[in-house]
Write a protein that binds this ligand. Structure first.
Ligand code: SF4
Length: 210
């Protein structure tokens, strides 16, 4: 079975405070409605990411990156674990973005960071206070979603927000908008306080679809 990826790229926002080399693995079976990366659905897309190829990419970006992030690949745990171990042996942190709700502990034990949860347009991505998605520090178990939510200054009324799809939105100065910002800030605070529960790691091949 292929373990293919599209051409890796350096990303800055997916793992807060890290410069990451991002590998998007093809063959995703989650099937989120409104998926922004349908090219990842077909496992034959992209190029084979062998261990040798992976090491080549790490050497190419040696000294420039601090982390490796995989978009998917949990459906081939052995191939993914190989890459995580190699990344760690090169002194890099590791992160997995998954559309699943739970990830096998055989994978998660090799991760520093883990994002779980399918894309649901109505709930938004990690920068949304009502998102179903969760980004955690795997070592501490702490939820880190707050790092994706941009600070909002309700006194200046203006902010630029990079959303999960990296588009830029400029918000407008109106009284109604001022009120919505205040309500949103309260919702963020309430949400973060009410959902700070430890992640339940699971054993076995049980990547339950969200
Ligand atoms: S997890 Fe969902 S959003 Fe991500 S590639 Fe798969 S179907 Fe698309």
């Amino acid at each position: 079975m292929a373990f293919n990826c599209i051409t890796p790229s350096v990303v800055f926002q997916e793992v807060p405070n890290e410069i990451s080399l991002c590998f998007s693995i093809t063959g995703c079976k989650v099937g989120c409605k409104g998926c922004h990366s349908t090219e990842l659905w077909h496992e034959d897309n992209g190029l084979s990411l062998t261990n040798t190829n992976f090491i080549h990419w790490l050497k190419k970006y040696q000294g420039l990156i601090s982390c490796v992030v995989f978009f998917g690949g949990e459906w081939q745990p052995n191939a993914l674990i190989d890459k995580l171990l190699i990344a760690k042996s090169h002194g890099l942190k590791t992160c997995l973005y998954s559309g699943e709700k739970h990830i096998d502990i055989n994978i998660s034990q090799h991760l520093n960071f883990l994002k779980t949860g399918a894309w649901q347009e109505a709930l938004g991505g990690l920068d949304s206070p009502i998102t179903n998605q969760v980004f955690r520090d795997v070592i501490s178990g702490k939820k880190l979603n707050h790092l994706f939510i941009k600070a909002i200054d309700v006194n200046t009324f203006n902010t630029n927000t990079d959303d999960a799809n990296h588009s830029k939105t400029t918000l407008v100065d109106t009284n109604s908008f001022k009120n919505s910002l205040k309500a949103n800030a309260l919702a963020i605070s309430t949400f973060e306080n009410s959902t700070f529960e430890p992640y339940q790691f699971t054993q076995g091949a049980n990547n339950v679809a969200a």
